[in-house]
Design a protein around this ligand. Structure first.
Ligand SMILES: O=C(O)CC1=CCC(=O)O1
Length: 91
């Protein structure tokens, strides 16, 4: 199942830089593991925003929820999810 996911990141300004950098490093490693195993095939920055559009390829809604909830930046994100179906004109 494919999902389009938008993540908007709001790291609090009063979070110490060292702590923020440690969370971002864990986020990078977590996302790269999922990219390598094929469940996060696209990760694109939104130009000019601390946000991304991602495509996830997972087996179920529950699996996606679990993956998103495990993001180290999850507490600092607004996430929107759009389930994708095959377009009849797609070749
Ligand atoms: O920077 C972001 O958009 C948040 C994020 C998702 C995966 C990652 O490495 O950073």
């Amino acid at each position: 199942m494919l999902f389009l996911v938008r993540m908007d990141v709001y790291v609090p300004h009063d979070l110490p830089a060292e702590q923020a950098n440690e969370i971002k490093a864990r986020e990078k490693a977590y996302s790269q593991d999922l990219q390598r195993d094929g469940r996060w095939p696209h990760l694109w920055r939104v130009v000019g925003e601390y946000a991304n559009y991602s495509i996830f390829d997972v087996a179920s809604n529950d699996e996606l929820h679990q993956l998103l909830q495990g993001l180290p930046l999850f507490p600092f994100m607004k996430i929107s999810v759009t389930p994708l179906a095959k377009h009849p004109s797609a070749i």
